[in-house]
Design a protein around this ligand. Structure first.
Ligand SMILES: C[S@@+](CC[C@H](N)C(=O)[O-])C[C@H]1O[C@@H](n2cnc3c(N)ncnc32)[C@H](O)[C@@H]1O
Length: 259
């Protein structure tokens, strides 16, 4: 395992162990972007929707709410890349019921345990948490209607393979609806090189233009990246931001490149 992936796995294994003890993401470090901290905005969820899945507080480690972008419908199949404690998967499972299914994929055993225990507590039976990486998702080609993700793609060492993998598992006409962090101003090289800051969703961010190019190169149409909240990092005002990322897989091969 590479140094970055190992640091990411360790960080989220520890976060998983702390769930229940410090109210998940929204402990004291929520939205306080020191270089070594996680930037996370669990407030993106309404109390009512948390109650839908039996929670009285957010367990999000995300930087937005991808469900607001996804427009889920009953009967659809959803995949969450880097599902963490499972909040977005459980909410998706409710939205796609009856007839639909929500999958989460995560590489961290401790997170999968938390997610499965949250699923059982909520009594949800149309959600499945899979062990795997977002670079090599354990689902067949063209098997899901919607790919969501919340503050995970920035953690990948290379974003291109992750975006291509999202495209692969989507059915023709399928949608990408992602909350992620992006880089608005070049970060100091000391921060860019800090593994802790990478695992904290800071150093692995890429510029909006690079993200858009990767979406187009993978084959997505209607790619759109909207900055939703700026964050400061160690004196670099507005250096990084939460963003809403959308795209659509062409409905047929004839549609590809026809924008
Ligand atoms: C910042 S947390 C976000 C969790 C969840 N999406 C949420 O909003 O609460 C990042 C999650 O992604 C997982 N993760 C990071 N890189 C991954 C990779 N390459 N493959 C699979 N899971 C990954 C971590 O284990 C962790 O659970």
């Amino acid at each position: 395992m590479g140094e970055i992936r190992e640091a990411v796995r360790d960080r989220y294994a520890n976060k998983a162990k702390a769930f229940g003890a410090d109210a998940g993401c929204c402990g004291s470090d929520c939205c306080t972007p020191a270089a070594e901290e996680t930037i996370s905005c669990g407030q993106a969820y309404e109390t009512g929707e948390l109650a839908e899945v039996g929670l009285d507080r957010s367990i999000s480690l995300g930087c937005g709410n991808p469900l607001l972008l996804a427009g889920l419908e009953p009967g659809e199949t959803v995949l969450d890349l880097g599902s963490g404690g499972g909040l977005d998967v459980l909410l998706s499972a409710r939205r796609v019921s009856p007839g639909g299914h929500a999958y989460g994929v995560d590489m961290t055993d401790e997170m999968l345990e938390v997610a499965n225990s949250n699923r059982a507590a909520a009594g949800i039976d149309n959600a499945t948490f899979l062990k795997g990486t977002i670079e090599n998702v354990p689902l067949p080609d063209g098997s899901v209607d919607v790919v969501i993700s919340n503050c995970v793609i920035n953690l990948a060492e290379a974003k291109g393979p992750v975006i291509r993998e999202a495209f692969r598992v989507l059915k023709p006409g399928g949608r990408l609806a992602v909350s992620d962090m992006v880089e608005l101003k070049e970060l100091p090289s000391a921060i860019k090189k800090a593994v802790d800051a990478w695992a904290g969703c800071i150093s692995g961010t890429i510029p909006v233009a690079t993200y858009s190019r990767l979406l187009l190169e993978a084959g997505f149409q209607d790619a759109e990246i909207e900055v939703t909240q700026e964050h400061d990092v160690e004196g670099v005002g507005g250096a990084i931001a939460s963003a809403a990322v959308r795209g659509r897989k062409p409905a047929s091969s004839g549609e590809a490149g026809a924008t």
